[in-house]
Design a binder for this molecule. Structure first.
Ligand code: ZN
Ligand code: MN
Length: 513
């Protein structure tokens, strides 16, 4: 018998981020091994030979502190490395140097916004460790080990079980990846394994008073039902799909048995769309953690931590806020802009150039006053021309942002803003700028694409068209509104395309009553 139940998802993520330091975590081998032939960036230390000594990578430690601060973590004064024991062919020492009870960062959070709603996902801890080697299996049943990846620096970030939906998990991962890129500590490319994610999920019945269900935090010491850990999530989509599948599977068990699924277990995500049992999860004491005797404890002086904090770059969330407040972009455009630091800086330069143009073209007031007064219109123009038309044109021509200067882009937008060119011709000018590199005004003049007709000239032509087409005017006035487009077309023809079609339509409508 199945009983419908109101269940709440309790999701936590464990993310590994590969740091892009020059050398590995505990030796001086190159950290670029993924681009080099197998087993060429190795030495006795990262191959785990007896008698070798690990020397921690300072840059990796500093970047971990930086990342932890960016995730709003506290940095305890002391931190240390521990040995985590397990045997596997990708781990020649039979232990991994990791951190157990004194991680680099604790008690942080990362805020995400999903469907306009803010959610704060708490970060339980951030620690530093070395990666294992890479195992490769062929279809003849043979396996190979590439030790280039062995000993490369990894940050492990563990969230609290604050995530409630697969979409939130996906958004959290995207925001985390972007933050790592802004910090410049990792390429965070999921496909290349620079960012790897495991997800933990259990469910629990909601109490009857939880209507409508609101996400509630798991309280300290509260016992949750056995969780499933899903491994091998190598894309945002895989993470979302695997969680959705697991919610479906666990819901079914709850509804059929009235109880939580099973003992704590690990399942792998299979691209065919299922999670598959892998093993029953080890407990921490199976790893026999003990302090790494060959590395001294780390001591982070408050002054040093403050200095790192002061040097943090602007993070994506802050950048979005600034583009909304300072420049008047809407939140959707601000989000698109924030996805790419180069795009954000391009937009910012376009805005500043645009102000220069407006100021020097006789618009009244200082640059800031002009912007403040026309913020809504200007930010909409910039968003439309840069995010949609320019990015579209670059894509079509297989070109990049570096193929156009912010100066030229701002000049083009100024011409549109001042109605010196209509948008069809402006788009033509844009592709010409991309191919020739000439300035928009030069192109407009040499190709005669300008909109020379002001209100007066236009009115004369419109009056003539009305007089020349009595039949169509009659039809329009008796309710056949589609005829208006024909008349607009006649005016555009008369002006050789140099009028603004929207303005023509307005004027025609007014004259025809
Ligand atoms: Zn090495
Ligand atoms: Mn780990």
């Amino acid at each position: 018998m199945t009983v419908r139940m109101k269940l709440e998802n309790i999701i936590g993520l464990e993310i590994h981020v590969q740091l892009k330091t020059k050398s590995k975590m505990f030796c001086s081998c190159s950290n670029k091994g993924e681009d080099l032939p197998p087993n060429t960036t190795v030495c006795p230390v990262c191959l785990g030979h007896p008698g070798t000594l690990p020397v921690p990578n300072e840059q990796a430690i500093e970047w971990s502190v930086k990342s932890a601060l960016a995730l709003n973590c506290e940095i305890p004064r002391h931190s240390k490395f521990d040995r985590k024991h397990y045997f596997y062919p990708d781990l020649p020492k039979a232990y991994q140097i990791s951190q157990y009870d004194e991680p680099i960062g604790i008690n942080g959070y990362l805020e995400i916004i999903l469907n306009g709603e803010k959610r704060k996902i708490r970060i339980h801890r951030l620690h530093l460790e070395e990666d294992a080697a890479k195992l490769l299996h062929n279809d003849k049943g043979e396996s190979f080990v590439d030790f280039n990846r062995g000993g490369t620096p990894l940050m492990e970030i563990v969230t609290e079980p604050d995530i409630r939906t697969p979409e939130e998990a996906g958004e959290f991962l995207r925001e985390l990846r972007l933050s790592m890129r802004y910090l410049g500590v990792s390429e965070a490319d999921m496909e290349k394994g620079h960012l790897r994610c495991d997800a933990n999920i259990s469910m629990r019945p909601m109490s009857s008073h939880d209507h409508p269900p609101t996400p509630s935090l798991v309280k300290e010491g509260e016992v949750l039902y056995p969780k499933t850990e899903i491994k091998n999530l190598n894309s945002f989509k895989a993470a979302e799909r695997a969680l959705a599948y697991e919610i479906m599977r666990q819901t079914k068990v709850w509804e059929e048995t009235g109880q939580a699924p099973e003992v704590q277990g690990t399942r792998g995500w299979d691209e065919s769309g299922k999670t598959i049992v892998q093993r029953i999860k080890e407990e921490a004491n199976d790893y026999r953690y003990f302090p790494e005797p060959d590395i001294p404890e780390l001591d982070f002086s408050p002054d040093w931590v403050e200095k790192i904090k002061a040097e943090l770059p602007e993070l994506p969330a802050a950048l979005r806020q600034r583009f909304i407040k300072q420049y008047g972009f809407n939140s959707i455009d601000a989000k698109i802009i924030s996805q790419d630091k180069a795009l954000a800086s391009f937009v910012e330069k376009v805005v500043s150039e645009l102000l220069g143009w407006l100021e020097s073209s006789g618009e009244e007031g200082s640059a800031e006053e002009i912007w403040e007064k026309n913020k809504a219109k200007l930010s909409k123009l910039v968003a439309g021309w840069v995010l949609s038309k320019l990015l579209g044109a670059l894509n079509k021509a297989s070109r990049t942002l570096s193929d156009i200067t912010p100066e030229n882009m701002a000049e083009l937008i100024t011409l549109v803003y001042q109605s010196k060119v209509n948008s069809t011709n402006a788009a033509a000018i844009l592709s010409e700028v991309l191919s020739s590199g000439e300035s928009p005004t030069e192109i407009m003049e040499s190709k005669d694409l300008g909109q020379m007709l002001g209100q007066e000239g236009l009115e004369g032509i419109i009056d003539k068209i009305i007089a020349d087409n009595p039949k169509q005017v009659e039809q329009y006035r008796s309710g056949k509104e589609a005829v208006l487009q024909y008349l607009v077309g006649q005016v555009m023809k008369q002006t050789h395309g140099k009028a603004d079609a929207a303005a023509v339509q307005e004027l025609l409508k007014n004259k025809l009553g």
